[in-house]
Write a protein that binds this ligand. Structure first.
Ligand code: ADP
Ligand code: MG
Length: 397
């Protein structure tokens, strides 16, 4: 079992707090984004992986409609009624300063399940995990998906992966106020040891692709978030929409999203688009092609080739899309010079946050130390480096 000590600790805390054993325990991991940047909302492809850190959710029925929910690390309890689960009041400072914000991820997931089948009773629930919070590893999806699997089992509600993922996404939208896509939840559910998850965001379907046991990632968290990131994010999305409308006019085949345009078509038919809009659009178009190229390289066992595509991805972010920053560039530049590093790129939205570095497992320690010190040489403080192995996705214990 992944993270057995946390499972044991949760069992012990559950028994001590509620005076009985849990009836159902589920586990769900965090995730990393490996390739395919800003492609999800352009109906494109993304490579991601479930990671070896995750969250357990333990639960037992209660005789009344009362629910008791405990965050196992803090041993804080909140109570509510199973037939009255509502989002927090509009305008509530959800992510900053609101109290016990963790309850919203659980309540939002519970509310999504309750829409399928109204609950006939409450529950005693407790969760405990080791995904670093707010570090770009999606502790929130790990919490939602462990909650979703455990409560679906407890209440005997039939679900499938895409339905559970959408319930988690909706919990973030309506109970937390975070307009996330589906990548985090799907990766948490679908991940497998030593394999990447390749998701097609047009059909919302996925498959896994073998990476080999020697592939490791280092996640370098720069702990920076540059101002104007939200405004810039919206402008980039608008560029993609504007470009899709342009290509729909000038190409002979249907274009419903940037996904339908190839780099060759982009080069020939971009005339008429403002230069910055054309460049922005080239990034997700290129990313889609890089995910497909990466899949082919992995099927040939060419990890170094896959790493080179990750470097190309970062270059496209830096030059065309403009969603990199000095801190992320520093990590990627340092990575290029470190022996054993195969590839590196920013991961997630950009403008700060984390970079993901592909490294052979035998070089993990030397590469981690070299990255942290190269970063410190420029910014006076090291970046946080976590070692990530593609790991099993969510399951019922
Ligand atoms: P990320 O998903 O990248 O880690 P988010 O801001 O989306 O960052 O989610 C982090 C939030 O999720 C935390 O602030 C907390 O409210 C909640 N959370 C997730 N896992 C746990 C946990 N094991 N214990 C307490 N809170 C958790
Ligand atoms: Mg999150």
């Amino acid at each position: 079992m992944t993270n057995k000590p946390i499972y044991d600790e949760l069992q012990g805390k559950f028994r001590a707090h509620f005076g009985r054993y849990p009836e159902v325990v589920a586990y769900a991991p965090g995730r990393i984004e490996v390739l395919g940047n800003h492609t999800d909302y352009n109906e494109g492809f993304v490579f991601s992986a479930a990671i070896q850190f995750g969250t357990f959710f333990a639960v037992a029925k209660s005789v009344s409609m009362g629910c008791r929910l405990v965050a196992g690390d803090l041993m804080r309890e909140v109570t509510f009624s199973a037939d009255d689960v509502k989002p927090p009041p509009f305008g509530y400072p959800l992510s900053k300063g609101g109290s016990d914000t963790w309850q919203n991820y659980v309540k939002g997931t519970f509310a999504g399940l309750a829409e399928r089948k109204p609950p006939a009773h409450g529950f005693d629930g407790m969760f405990l995990g080791n995904v670093p919070l707010g570090s770009g590893l999606s502790s929130s999806a790990a919490l939602e998906m462990s909650t979703g699997i455990a409560l679906a089992k407890l209440y005997n509600i039939a679900t499938d992966a895409v339905m559970l993922a959408k319930i988690g996404q909706n919990a973030e939208h309506t109970f937390v106020g975070c307009k996330c896509g589906l990548l985090d939840q799907i990766s948490s559910l679908a991940g497998q040891e030593n394999r990447l998850v390749k998701t097609d965001f047009r059909s919302v379907s996925y498959e896994t692709v073998n990476m080999g046991a020697e592939a490791c990632f280092l996640l370098c968290d720069t702990r920076t978030k540059h101002a104007l990131a939200d405004g810039a994010y919206n402008r980039l999305r608008e560029s993609c929409e504007q470009a899709a409308a342009h290509f729909a006019r000038v190409l002979r085949h249907p274009v419903n999203a940037i996904r339908d345009v190839s780099m060759t078509e982009w080069a020939i038919y971009k005339r008429g688009l403002p230069e910055d809009v054309a460049n922005h659009a080239a990034h997700p178009i290129g990313e889609n092609e890089r995910v497909l190229k990466g899949a082919k390289l992995l099927s040939e066992g060419n990890l170094a080739g896959f790493g080179a595509v990750m470097f190309d991805s970062h270059e496209s972010s830096r030059v065309l899309f403009g969603n990199s920053c000095a801190e992320l560039d520093a990590v990627v530049d340092a990575a290029k010079k470190i022996p054993g590093v195969l590839g590196a790129r920013l991961s997630g939205g950009g403008f700060g946050g984390s970079a993901v570095v592909l490294v052979h497992s035998r070089d993990v320690e030397t590469a981690s130390a070299a990255l942290a010190s190269a970063y410190a040489a420029t910014f006076n403080t090291p970046c946080d480096v976590s070692v990530i192995k593609p790991a099993a996705g969510a399951y019922l214990v």
